[in-house]
Design a protein around this ligand. Structure first.
Ligand code: CP
Length: 306
């Protein structure tokens, strides 16, 4: 692994190895071992051109647990505001002896562009680009599912909400199909779950009851209003009445179904508070697993460092 830009095309063997490594890091932390030296002497630059709470923070924690030096560029106060181009910013940070860039950007493809133009010894991890990909979220979602459900080959998974604008949904769908999940459903209104998603190998459901029927895993997504024009955006009340995950609707899924959400959640829009905080919710464990997954990704990349 040189860069991690997408879960699309990531071979099953590498994905499984990353999940196994993440699990090993989880058990290390249960034994109170806080740090390992895999990235000692290396500099990890967090470049978040778009807002983040979970991803940015867990990348920082993960890099520090691998003993890296972590630099969080404050984009709002950086010279990006003076018109410096993305690639010039990258060239200048590379001159500061960066070893790894963790990049979030509102433009799909930005981390790919950086990977094409940065020095050969520099590694790039996509922390979410536009509506295209969020591979570490995809992997942490797979670790969560494997933790609670053990196997992938017998699962039904419903991804409910604004799939059209969701990089998480795309990364999850690629990872779920690579790992052999036979029944992947995308569920929501036609404007947010278009038929054009079918070539990804998913079943498109516009009826929530049909979409949730007997599933093992529900992945709930928020309405990504920042990526929608007004015409597409349903009112939050209207959306909740039709597609919100409530305790009553949860009963359509299997009795032991888990409820996931990448965050941030909008309570009373895509999910009722009683479900988000309920006994089937694994939303906060997902965040914890994110640290282990990001350690696994950076640690694996470190094995290929000059
Ligand atoms: N899941 C996720 O990417 O959350 P943040 O936007 O807070 O990083």
């Amino acid at each position: 692994l040189i860069h991690l830009l997408s879960t699309e095309g990531l071979p099953k063997a590498i994905m499984t190895q990353l999940l196994d490594t993440a699990e090993a890091f989880l058990s290390i932390h249960q034994r109170e071992i806080k740090k390992v030296p895999l990235l000692r002497g290396k500099s990890v630059f967090n470049l978040f051109f778009e807002n983040s709470t979970r991803t940015r923070t867990t990348f920082e924690i993960a890099a520090k647990r691998l003993s890296a030096d972590v630099i969080n560029l404050d984009i709002a106060r950086s010279s990006t505001a003076k018109g410096e181009s993305l690639l010039d910013t990258i060239a200048n940070l590379s001159a500061m002896q960066a070893d790894m860039f963790v990049v979030r950007h509102s433009q799909s493809g930005a981390p790919f562009l950086i990977a094409q133009h940065c020095a050969p010894h520099v590694h790039v991890i996509n922390a979410g680009d536009g509506q295209h990909a969020h591979p570490t979220q995809g992997l942490l979602d797979m670790l969560t599912i494997r933790h609670y459900k053990k196997e992938f080959h017998n699962l039904s998974v419903a991804i409910v909400g604004d799939v059209a604008h969701s990089r998480v949904a795309r990364s999850d769908i690629h990872a779920l199909s690579t790992l052999g999940v036979p029944d992947i459903r995308v569920v929501g209104p036609k404007t947010l779950v278009p038929d054009s998603l079918r070539p990804l190998g998913v079943r498109v459901c516009h009826d929530l009851r049909e979409g949730l029927k007997d599933v093992d895993v529900i992945i709930t997504l928020r309405l990504q209003s920042e990526r929608m024009s007004g015409a597409l955006l349903p009112s939050s009340g209207e959306y909740f009445r039709t597609y919100g995950i409530t305790p009553e609707r949860l009963q359509w899924a299997k009795d032991d179904a888990i409820v996931m959400h990448p965050g941030p959640i909008n309570r009373g829009v895509e999910i009722a508070s009683s479900v988000a905080d309920g006994e089937r919710s694994v939303i906060l464990p997902q965040v914890t697993f994110g640290i282990a997954v990001r350690m696994a990704v950076m640690g694996t990349i470190a094995g290929n460092m000059a």
